[in-house]
Ligand binder design. Sequence first.
Ligand code: URA
Length: 193
Amino acid sequence: MYEELEHIREACLTCHKCPLGNTRTHVVFSDGVPNAKMMLIGEAPGFHEDQQGKPFVGRAGQLLDKIFTAVGLSREKDIYICNTLKCRPPDNRDPLPAEKEACRPYLNAQLDILRPRIILLCGRVALTSFLPQAQSISRVRGQWFDGPYGAKMMPIFHPSYLLRNQSREKGSPKWLMWQDIQEVKKAYDQLEG
Ligand code: URA
């Protein structure tokens, strides 16, 4: 498994299938444990991720780590983290359809090799990559959908959205995220093997 993943990562390192290959500092392939039962898929690398070559290491990533830690999960032992795009779009603009299409085979290969049992679609871009019919993240977050290879798949808010919405009141994005992450932990604990 690790060898197959390494081949894909190496292909990404020299990838120029879209123009982001010319502007990136580093390819951001993944972080966390490759044999994890849970995969989190984000949007695309931002400034810090591009600098360090690791997903979710900026402010949003730190919040994500805090959220997982609160339910006893961590990227060191439970989660494999990647993005829909492996390279940073300039000025953190939304990924273009052509960029998503060019990069998708890498994500598909990650899914095919790892076959996670739980997939978390973090934010709107990841959501629409898998559930193009979904109207908005607010409508579908916290619900389970059928994912690739029999996975349970849940859309969740992106941590940058939570950083822009600081309220913790009942019904607020942070409160909803707390409900969702507890549901994720419950499903994770119920996985066998
Ligand atoms: N936002 C994402 O969606 N992915 C990252 O890796 C960092 C920020």
